[in-house]
Ligand binder design. Structure first.
Ligand code: NAD
Length: 381
């Protein structure tokens, strides 16, 4: 069987689903591998590096889709790409099935099987395939780098012959995968780092990284996130008020805010309000990693960097992983390779859609002419 990865069509998307190293590993699983010419270029993987890994490089998307039995992608296919998919083919990519019902219908209508990397259950056994976490980790790191690039001072404090420099103060709002990566990066650069999350269980993790968890003076502060699969639920109005009150207290003193707060299936909660931005010092920076879902900051403009009247920079880019395309392609293609490893129990180049397997079942959104989303909850943890 042949596995192939086309060039990503979306403007500005620099990632590629398959690196030469992962391609070589897929060959060991018994597959033949094909790539569209130029597919890895923007992630700095040239065609020759694929050829050296034993990959056949094909000219154009038509040739790639015609040859591949399994198509690996980063972004869900759209527009004329959908016409290239054919019956019996398997697509593995990000799909976001809850927001993309029409895509699921199209895939079903074409007789294409689809595995959504964003639907891999977040259970221990599946961590090696957890593409959401690999991309969130990169986004969190890059958010801090982007903030630093727009901030006119050091992160770390210094005593120099030319004077004493105070350390920057960074606040990370939302301590999931991206927030923890941002916290770790900020601490490692030497900033005084604070982090807040509605899930109190992350306090220990934050503190073990050398950052300070922001506690609220609120009795019913605990969210029982075990009941919501580890994710946050919307806060009560009273809790939210306490949270905003605390942020207002911090705003005049904080140099950089990185917001990452999300609640599954809902728009991003507004947590860094316009009046907080007004209270910030000139030169401060807000990086809003929730921009794609509407933003945690009132003033965020998705995909843009704006500077307010009081000289606060607000960054709403939605392509942080793509800005580190070599790294993100490497991690994503490793996630895909692990998925294919599990899909190929005999290591003989023949995938088996074992719908009894929690991970395969959870991620499969179209199978054998049926939409199989949403999946039942996983049986194991
Ligand atoms: P996410 O991207 O859905 O949300 C980001 C963070 O925002 C979360 O920590 C959430 O609690 C927080 N948040 C929501 N509303 C908030 C508010 N009003 N104020 C402050 N913070 C708010 O989260 P994620 O990174 O996808 O992680 C979600 C959960 O999944 C976590 O419990 C994480 O540990 C868990 N997880 C488990 C695995 C695994 O076991 N394989 C892998 C990855 C993540």
């Amino acid at each position: 069987m042949k596995i192939g990865a086309p060039r990503e069509r979306l403007e500005g998307e620099a990632r590629v689903a398959l690196t030469p190293q992962s391609a070589a590993q897929l060959k060991k699983l018994g597959y033949d591998v094909v790539m569209e010419a130029g597919a890895g270029e923007r992630a700095r993987f040239g065609d020759d590096t694929y050829r050296e890994a034993g990959v056949e490089v094909l000219d154009g998307a038509e040739a790639l889709y015609a040859a591949a039995d399994i198509v690996l992608k980063v972004r869900a296919p759209e527009g004329d790409e959908l016409e290239l998919l054919r019956e019996g083919q398997t697509l593995i990519s990000f799909i976001w099935p809850a927001q993309n019902e029409a895509l699921l219908e199209t895939l079903k209508g074409k007789g294409v099987n689809a595995i959504a990397m964003d639907m891999v259950p977040r259970i221990s056994r599946a961590q090696k395939m957890d593409a959401l976490s690999s991309m969130a980790n990169i986004a969190g790191y890059r958010a801090v780098i982007e903030a630093g690039n727009n901030f006119g001072r050091f992160f770390t404090g210094q005593i120099t012959a030319a004077g004493k420099v105070p350390p920057a103060k960074v606040l990370v709002v939302g301590a999931g995968v991206a927030g923890l990566a941002a916290t770790g990066t900020s601490v490692s650069l030497g900033a005084i780092t604070y982090a807040f999350d509605v899930r109190p269980e992350v306090a220990e993790q934050i503190e073990s990284m050398g950052a300070e968890f922001v506690y609220l003076d609120f009795e019913e502060s605990s969210q029982d996130s075990a009941a919501t699969g580890g994710y946050a639920a919307p806060s009560s109005p009273e809790f939210r008020e306490k949270q905003l009150e605390k942020f207002r207290e911090l705003a005049p003193d904080i140099d950089i805010v990185i917001t990452t707060a999300l609640i599954p299936g809902r728009p991003a909660p507004k947590l860094w309000t316009e009046d907080m931005v007004k209270m910030m010092k000139p030169g401060s920076v807000v990086v809003d990693l929730a921009a794609e879902r509407g933003g945690n900051c009132d003033l965020t403009v998705p995909d843009e960097k704006i500077v307010t009247d009081n000289d606060v920079t607000i960054i709403g880019y939605t392509d942080f992983p793509s800005r580190m395309a070599t790294q993100s392609s490497t991690l994503y293609s490793t996630n895909l390779r692990h998925m294919l490893d599990d899909l190929t129990p005999e290591k003989d180049g023949t995938p088996v859609m074992n719908m009894e397997d929690d991970v395969i079942r959870g991620a499969t959104v179209v199978n054998a002419g049926e939409i199989t989303f949403p999946p039942p909850p996983p049986k194991t943890q």
